[in-house]
Design a protein around this ligand. Sequence first.
Ligand code: TYM
Length: 334
Amino acid sequence: MIKDEKILFSGMQATGNLTLGNYLGALKNWLALAGEYTCFYCVVDLHSITVRQDPAELRKRARNLFALYVAAGLDPEENCIYYQSHVSGHAELAWILNCFTYMGELNRMTQFKDKSAKHADNINAGLFTYPVLMAADILLYQTDVVPVGIDQMQHLELTRDIAQRFNAIYGDVFTIPEAYLGKSGAKIMSLQNPEKKMSKSDENPNASIFLLDDKDTILRKFKRAVTDSEAVIAYRDEQPGIKNLLDIYCACTGKMPEEAVAEFSGKGYGELKSAVGETVADLLAPLQKRHVELLTEKDYIDRMIKENAQKADSYALKTLRKVQKKVGFPERVR
Ligand code: TYM
């Protein structure tokens, strides 16, 4: 990997099955930007254990996520796709950054509040310092751009604050990263409750489209999507269900909301739902086909996991050693 280009870093948690929200909010933009940056796409498994996981299941999901990145079209020979747990620098830098992050800042994180309400029996310290590990992920690679959905913006802001604080003390150590939000799809809502984000962990399977759902399932879920009784297709906050369907349609087709509204003007909700369902199913079909093929390409995936972990590790070490030196740890004797 020759590094005169800018760096892109992003990741997804290896928990649950990826949803259309993950695809339209993040993965789609990763694909669009891949050619322009040196890219690190992380399978975020350290973060996953902030919620209790079945070990065998976590391992399986992490591998599945790795394969999904590839199936979506990210070439693992061009892009560094790797497991977070294979690069120890993430955890090491996170510890250091913990000492430059205030409790008050972490207390304000809305995801911490949401997750601790959801997992009231397991509000562990990892859940609280989760955003610091995320900051370490990003800063370890001297990242310029981080394509994410809207729900990660608060964590990105904190990352920038931590980096600026550290730089103010020790000089220019970290690149200050910028978030990248797509023009559309940055917040896809639940199909069953359009006031709520579509989420991997939603208990109602009809609320989310999963990337590996077959076409019939996709069409059925859209057919059941909660809308309203206005009987008019308009792009406005008062009709969150219809707005979400239009957002999904626009994110898949690249159209603007006005164009989509014009296209469906005078049509019924049923027609809109089936058009969106068809569009989504067509968009996901190539990814699903490639994913099935990849399940048989075990050696290839194994080789990519190994080579990319080495690449990521040697890249990460440069920043880690610099940071360790700056804070005053003794030099390593070889
Ligand atoms: P995660 O795994 O929850 O989500 C992965 C990506 O998908 C986006 N996303 C959505 N976008 C639009 N609509 C939705 N309904 C939706 N749901 C999820 C998320 O914004 C995210 O971009 N903490 C992160 C993982 C992470 C990370 C990082 C990301 C760890 N370290 C460093 C970027 C950089 C998370 O839990 O994402």
